[in-house]
Design a protein around this ligand. Sequence first.
Ligand code: SF4
Length: 513
Amino acid sequence: MSELAERFETHDPGEKQVAEKIRCDACPVMCYIADGRTGACDRYGNVGGRIVRMDPLTILDHAAETGGAVVPFVAEGEAWNGELVNTGRRFVTAIGAGTTYPDYKPAPFIVSQEVEGVDLVTVVTEGIFSYCGVKVKIDTDRHIGDETGIVRSQGEAIGHVTTGEYGSQMLSLGGVHHLTGGSKAEGRATCDALLNLCNRKPVELAIDGGATVIVEAGKAPVIDGKAEHRMRVGCGSATIGMFATQWRGLVDEVVVVDDHITGVVSEHQAGKVLGWEDTGIKIVGRRSTPGRYFKVSEPGLGWGGTTISDPLSILGDWNAKKGARPGLSLLMVSTTGEQFAYYELDDELKPVEKPFPERLQKSVGLIEENCEPALCTVLFIGGAGGSLRAGVTENPVNLTRSVQGLRTYVTVGGAPVYVWPGGGITLMVDVTRVPEGAFGYVPTPALVAPIEFTMRRDDYVRLGGYENEIRSVEDILAKGGEYLNPRRGTGAPVNNPWPPLAQLRRARANGAE
Ligand code: SF4
């Protein structure tokens, strides 16, 4: 049983002996917590009879941009030393902020900051996301499972294989149906996998009828025990287009083996334009357009994401009437340049493998060189259009309209997000841009993610915000908040812009109208 599952098991909100325990109200589980202990999610504890958020509130310092170096914690009651985080480029994230739950109260921190003459407000809270999941992009040509194939973690269904993208296999994991719509075990396994993926830990996923993949955000995928190194340079047809000139004069025919579009240079438009001679080659597959073939094999873990280990298996008989002749040279290569072989036709027009010639090494090397490293990308996707909006404004739909109208800028742990067009506030964020360990969970089950809303102060007041709750950064640093946890400063991730800057530019643009 996973650590997370054990906590689900051991938690009992209906415990009878609650006399010396105090209730945590930060989620619907309502743990009763004994002094010195933490609740089921480990995020809140009973410290001397008071509910305390156990992780520090994280404040990013964008001037330092140290890439994550953390300055020492500032204990409750101590003054902020101001050395690192006193630059005017601070951002109070929601990491460690606590939640708005129950939703009748304002968000834990509503922060004001004047930036380049504009008064901004950032509303900071840790959202509880029952409607959430991750989209996983796995850079590989290898077939890891059929579209709609079930993806499992700890034996439970937690998602499915979705539409493949260019050079990548895609998974859609989590979502409310797996979190809450199946068995308890399914919900727990889903929550566990999502939490680990979002916190950039490795997770082993097994696909029904397909491969076992270890996914870790920002790292190479491991497919059936083998680490993937390269993302393909392009499909077989694109590879022909890119490298046809490199091969001209060095070899008579080139076949780029690909599960999707296998390319043949002598027939391909690129080859024709360059004056490539016919070779009488025959590809076993479905011809789409000249020099582009679909379905030369079944999808698999072999050459170019096919099942092929012997590339000659996709060739039919060579036709002498169409240019085949003894001695004709043939290069066969995969879309990553990892597999390649060289052949010459014998007197009976059968290809015979020969030592790979020096003259072709450079072009194969160029394919490899043009391949990017294979990575796993994990995007957290969550719906913030629900009750947490009540912690921002007394009239929740105003927040939705403000986000949709680009007057409110949304971040997750200070990282920029993509907000889907249309109704609600459905956002996506690259978890590698969010400070490490930012995601949590509650056993309902649901994920907890930091979320910040930044806007002009006058806009905030106009949309029905809690004006009386607005505090300065200095005050927050010095006094903290309701959950009594310390504050810590950390250098902002180097590739994240200072969150309100985009908002500021928009505000200026609006003001100029
Ligand atoms: S699960 Fe966590 S947030 Fe929910 S009541 Fe228990 S300690 Fe509080």
